[in-house]
Design a protein around this ligand. Structure first.
Ligand code: PMP
Length: 362
């Protein structure tokens, strides 16, 4: 029995044990090649198989319409904050951003350096406790795109239904909830996500894009920052992060074996439910940050009555084997990230720990 921590890290975060073991098994001799995946040429047939299978699996898991392209890029979701406006925010146009947390702010600020942007809605004044209602969005006709952050990793809120944007292309940063629940990909012109939460290790960023959106892209952008270049070259324009993509493929295979996205979503409901129940039934001992109908199933954020009690909670949790329960350094408090690969048992253990801690300190 290997030791596995109760890993509630916000990202990089838990990976399925079976995926790690498979990678271990294949590490020094991948499929009889006498080398690891890391040592294969990215132009070899063996690697191309890994690459193309990962693309095909992601399309299959989401039931994506055939025309959508899947890209594997580098630079993290943070580079997408710049690449999206570089490619799609033409002069004379403006792009809308829905402000639901720190990552929306970062995306907005980056686009603001490159073109004209506006805030279609913001819940900043309410400490980002909730996702705005569709009726609150002020989308300017003719916008280059509307950008949303589907899950707010730091504040612990998540969109349940995405807005109807009509002719305005919808672009989503899904870094912290990709593959966690069914999504109608057709609604989106583009989706992007750093892999290091639900998809695999860091080092690769997944981009899902609709070709008709790509046609709007401006051309005077440096080669490596152009989506069309990466599409034309099947994300093999230059050397991709081969090992991260291999790991991502193993995670997607695992997701399929779990019963696909619908089954994963059910488990995520159950897992987050265990912890939210502990919060809701604590009589105010634990206080959730997010409003109930905006709650994230991925990042569960909560506070205790005083910072002193929070410190004690976090210290005791650490001794009990829980990792990653500190809130983001910018907001404090506590946060449990229960991504796809976090097992139900870890969430049960956390719930039990929370009940016990309350009994001893309430
Ligand atoms: N967007 C969201 C929603 C995130 O949670 C993060 C990382 N935590 C980022 C963007 C930035 O991602 P990266 O570190 O891959 O640039």
């Amino acid at each position: 029995q290997v030791y596995r921590a109760y890993n509630f890290n916000a990202g990089p975060s838990a990976l399925p044990l079976s995926v790690l073991q498979k990678a271990q098994e294949e590490l020094v001799d991948f499929k009889g090649s006498g080398m690891s995946v890391m040592e294969l040429s990215h132009r070899s047939a063996l690697y191309e198989d890994v690459h193309n299978q990962a693309i095909a699996l992601l399309k299959e898991l989401y039931g994506m319409p055939e025309e959508y392209e899947v890209l594997f890029l580098q630079g993290g979701a943070s580079l997408q904050f710049a690449m999206v406006p570089l490619n799609f925010l033409a002069e004379g146009q403006s792009a809308g951003y829905v402000m639901t947390g720190s990552w929306s702010e970062k995306a907005y600020e980056e686009a603001n350096k490159l073109g004209q942007v506006y805030q279609a809605a913001s819940t900043k004044e309410e400490s980002y406790r909730r996702i705005p209602a569709p009726s609150e969005l002020q989308i300017q006709p003719g916008s280059a795109y509307l950008h949303v952050t589907s899950n707010n990793t730091i504040f612990g809120t998540q969109w349940s239904d995405f807005p109807e944007t009509g002719d305005v292309p919808l672009v989503a940063d899904m870094s912290s909830d990709i593959l966690s629940k069914p999504v109608d990909v057709k609604k989106f012109a583009m989706i992007y996500a750093g892999a290091q939460k639900n998809l695999g290790p860091s080092g690769v960023t997944v981009v899902i894009v609709r070709p008709d959106f790509l046609e709007r892209a401006t051309q005077n952008v440096p080669t490596m920052l152009r989506y069309d270049i990466h599409v034309k070259n099947n994300s093999l324009y230059n050397t991709p992060p081969t090992f991260s993509i291999y790991m991502l493929g193993l995670v997607l295979q695992w997701a399929k074996e779990q019963g696909g996205i619908t089954a994963i979503a059910r488990r995520n409901q159950e897992k987050a439910g265990l912890i939210y129940d502990a919060i809701d039934q604590s009589g105010g001992f634990y206080k959730g940050h997010a409003e109930k109908d905006s709650r994230s199933l991925m990042n569960i954020t909560f506070r205790l009555q005083s910072e002193e009690l929070e410190k004690k909670f976090l210290a005791e949790a650490k001794s009990a084997g829980f990792v990653g329960l500190n809130g983001h350094r910018s907001v404090g408090g506590c946060r449990a990230s229960a991504y796809n690969a976090v097992p139900v048992e870890a969430c049960q253990a956390l719930r039990d720990f929370m009940l016990e801690f309350q009994k001893n300190n309430g």
